[in-house]
Design a protein around this ligand. Structure first.
Ligand SMILES: Cc1ncc(COP(=O)(O)O)c(C=O)c1O
Length: 601
C-alpha cells in the first residue's frame, strides 16, 4: 500500500470538520474550548487542520480528541477498531461514542453529497475539490519502493518526521514547517488565491477583488516619486542606517508634527521598514513573551493576529459592531483585558470594513489604555484614503499619556506597494519602555535596513500635492467605484453593506436566514469556480461567523459592473439551492429595511 500524505491530511481534515459539526461547535469555539482546557490553539490553527494545510499537532491531539469525544486514532487515521473508551469524554451531555461519531461522520459527508441533487453543482464540487487538492502545498510523496510497514508509520501527525525514500534510494526525513507556524493563518494569500492562480495558468480569466494592491488595477504611482527614487538610486546602493535614511525619517516626523503631534519626538523615534508588514512583525517579536496577550480588532487585517501568534503571544479579538458602522465595542475591549494584556491594536481607517473612527471613540480607547497601561498600536496606513471630506485624526495627536506606536506607509496612498516603503513612529510615554525600545533597535539592526531605494520615495511623498485626494473626490475613480460597489451589493437580496469612509474595501454581510453558509471559504471557492470572481471569506479576517466576505473595489467601473453581475447570478443560484428564494418577499424585505440609509443613494 502506498501512503499518500497529502490524502491522509485531507481525510484527517474531513474527519475533524464532521466531528466538530456533530458537536455543534464553530472553529472559534473549538479553539476556545481547547485553550481553556490547557492546549492553546488559535482559530487559524483549526482552519489549517481542517483544510489539510497542517496535520494536527501531536501535543494538542489528546485534548482535541477528548473535546470531540473520539479516539486519537480515529482523528489521526480513521481507526475504527481501536478501543476508544479511554479517550472518549462521556461527561458532556452531547458526547457520543467514537463509533456513533464515525457513523455521524459518514452520514454528514454522504448527506452533503446527497443534498447536491443539482448536476451542475455536482460538477462544480468536483472542480472545487480538484482545486482544493492542488491548492494544498506540495508534500514529499513516498516513492513506489516504500513498503507497507514504512507507509503505516506515515501517520497524519505532521510532527513525527516520517522516512521517505528519495529517487537515489536514500532515506530522508520529511522536512516539516516549524511548530511556531501552527497558529498562523493568512488567508488573503491562502488556498483561494492558489486555486485562482491554477485556474489562470489553465487559461481562465479571473476577476480579482481580493488584494489591496493598487498598481495592477491601473493606479499609477505619482511621477515625481518615481523620478526622485530613480535620481537617488546611486545613493541607495549600500545598506542604510538600520532605522532608515535621515531625510526620510525627518519627513515622517514633520508629517505628524504638522498634524499636532503631542509629545516630543526625534528622528530616533522613527523606524523605516519593508512596508508596515515588516514593522508589525518586528513589533510583535519585540513586545510579546510567551503567553502575553494583545487586543486585536475583529474583523482584523490578519497579519496582526498572525504576527502576535507567531511571536508566541495570543491575539485576543475585540468586537467591532456592524450596527455601529463597524466601530470598536468599548465594553467588549474592557471585558477582554487581563493581567497578561500588553497592548491594543487599532486599525483606522479600517481594513476590511472601511470604517473611520471618531475622535470621541479614539479618546475612549485611550482612556482604557491609560487605565490598564496598554501600548497603543495604531495602524493608520489608509490615513490619506478618505471619502466624503472626512478627516483622520492620528492617535499620536490625541495623547502623550501612553506609549503609542503609529504605523503607515506609501503602499496605498501613493500606490507603490512594491517599493516596500513603510514607517513606525514611537511617541507618547516612553520612560518606562526603554527595554522594549532596545528590543526594537535590536530587531531593526538584525535585518540591517529596509529597502533603501524605497526609502527615497518617502520625503517626496510626505508633503506637496497629494493625488489621492483627487481619486477619492466625487469626480474621482475610487469614489465612483465605491458608490457602484456598495449600491450593487445592497441591491442583492439578503446582502447588506455599510458605506466605507476610508480605504478601498467593504465587508458585506450575507443574511444567514437567506444564505445559511457553514463554511465561508468553501462558499467563496464555489464563487470562484462558478463565476471566476476571487474574494476573501470573512473568517479570513478572523471574523467569528461564516457570514461575511471582503470586496476590494480597486478594479475599474467596467470590471466592477461585470463582477457585480456575476455576484448577482451566483447569489440567485445559491438562494435557489438553499430553498430561500421563496421566502424572498417576506424576509428579504425585512433585511432591506434594516440596510443603512446611506446605501439608498
Ligand atoms: C491595515 C493594513 N496594515 C498594513 C498593511 C501592510 O502594508 P505594507 O504594504 O506597508 O506592508 C496592509 C496591507 O494591505 C493593511 O491593509
Amino acid at each position: 500500500m502506498i501512503m499518500n500524505n497529502s490524502k491522509d491530511k485531507l481525510a484527517q481534515a474531513q474527519r475533524l470538520v464532521a466531528l466538530r459539526h456533530s458537536k455543534g461547535l464553530t472553529a472559534a469555539q473549538l479553539a476556545q474550548a481547547m485553550t481553556e482546557a490547557g492546549a492553546k490553539v488559535s482559530r487559524g490553527a483549526i482552519s489549517n487542520w481542517e483544510r489539510g494545510t497542517n496535520g494536527i499537532v501531536s501535543s494538542k491531539l489528546p485534548t482535541l480528541a477528548r473535546i470531540l469525544g473520539c479516539s486519537e486514532g480515529y482523528l489521526l487515521r480513521g481507526d475504527i477498531n481501536t478501543d476508544t473508551s479511554a479517550n472518549v469524554d462521556n461527561t458532556t451531555p452531547n458526547s457520543k461514542g467514537s463509533h456513533a461519531i464515525q457513523e455521524d461522520n459518514k452520514q454528514a459527508i454522504m448527506k452533503k453529497t446527497d443534498d447536491n441533487t443539482d448536476k451542475s453543482q455536482e460538477a462544480h464540487k468536483k472542480d472545487i475539490s480538484q482545486n482544493v487538492t492542488l491548492a494544498v502545498p506540495t508534500e514529499t510523496h513516498p516513492t513506489k519502493q516504500q513498503d507497507e510497514s514504512q507507509a503505516t508509520q506515515v501517520t497524519a501527525d505532521s510532527h513525527i518526521n516520517s522516512p521517505n525514500k528519495a529517487k537515489d534510494g536514500k532515506t530522508m526525513s520529511e522536512l516539516k514547517k516549524s511548530d511556531k507556524l501552527q497558529n498562523v493563518c493568512y488567508d488573503i494569500r491562502g488556498p483561494l488565491l492558489k486555486a485562482a492562480n491554477k485556474m489562470e495558468a489553465e487559461g481562465q480569466r479571473i476577476l480579482k477583488l481580493n488584494v489591496g494592491n493598487p498598481a495592477p488595477f491601473g493606479f499609477d504611482a505619482p511621477h515625481e516619486i518615481l523620478r526622485d527614487v530613480a535620481m537617488n538610486l546611486p545613493d541607495a546602493i549600500g545598506y542604510s542606517d538600520s532605522q532608515g535614511v535621515f531625510s526620510a525619517r525627518k519627513a515622517v516626523l514633520q508629517y505628524y508634527q504638522a498634524k499636532g503631534l503631542l509629545s516630543a519626538v526625534d528622528v530616533r523615534d522613527v523606524y523605516l521598514g519593508n512596508g508596515v508588514s515588516e514593522l508589525i512583525v518586528m513589533t510583535m517579536q519585540a513586545l510579546m513573551s510567551d503567553g502575553d496577550e494583545v487586543l486585536i480588532p475583529m474583523p482584523d487585517y490578519p497579519l496582526w493576529t498572525a504576527a502576535a501568534n507567531l511571536a508566541g503571544g495570543t491575539a485576543v479579538h475585540y468586537r467591532c459592531n456592524e450596527e455601529d458602522n463597524w466601530h470598536p465595542d468599548i465594553e467588549d475591549i474592557k471585558s477582554k483585558i487581563t493581567s497578561k494584556t500588553k497592548g491594543i491594536v487599532i486599525i483606522n481607517p479600517n481594513n476590511p470594513t472601511g470604517a473611520l473612527y471618531t475622535d470621541e471613540l479614539l479618546e475612549q480607547i485611550i482612556e482604557v489604555a491609560i487605565q490598564h497601561d496598554l501600548v497603543i498600536m495604531a495602524d493608520e496606513i489608509y490615513d490619506r484614503v478618505l471619502y466624503d471630506d472626512m478627516t483622520h485624526t492620528p492617535m499620536s495627536t490625541l495623547t502623550d499619556q501612553v506609549l503609542i506606536l503609529s504605523y503607515s506607509g506609501l503602499s496605498k496612498s501613493h500606490r507603490i506597494a512594491g517599493f516596500r516603503a513603510g514607517w513606525m513612529m514611537v511617541s507618547g510615554k516612553k520612560q518606562h519602555a526603554t527595554d522594549f525600545i532596545e528590543g526594537l533597535d535590536m530587531l531593526a539592526s538584525m535585518r540591517l535596513c529596509s529597502n533603501v531605494p524605497g526609502q527615497y520615495a518617502i520625503q517626496t511623498a510626505m508633503g506637496g500635492y497629494q493625488s489621492m485626494k483627487e481619486l477619492t473626490s466625487t469626480k474621482g475613480r475610487l469614489f465612483k467605484q465605491r458608490e457602484l460597489t456598495i449600491s450593487r451589493l445592497n441591491a442583492i437580496p439578503g446582502i447588506s453593506c455599510t458605506m466605507p469612509q476610508g480605504a478601498f474595501y467593504c465587508f458585506p454581510k450575507m443574511d444567514p436566514a437567506i444564505y445559511p453558509v457553514e463554511n465561508d471559504m468553501e462558499f467563496m471557492m464555489d464563487l470562484l469556480v462558478a463565476e471566476k470572481v476571487l474574494m476573501v471569506q470573512g473568517t479570513g479576517f478572523n471574523w467569528d461567523a461564516p457570514d461575511h466576505f471582503r470586496v476590494v473595489f480597486l478594479p475599474n467601473l467596467d470590471e466592477l459592473e461585470n463582477a457585480m453581475d456575476r455576484l448577482d447570478r451566483f447569489f440567485a443560484k445559491k438562494r435557489k439551492q438553499y430553498g430561500t428564494d421563496k421566502i424572498k418577499d417576506a424576509q428579504v424585505k425585512d433585511t432591506q429595511a434594516s440596510k443603512p440609509e446611506t446605501l439608498e443613494a
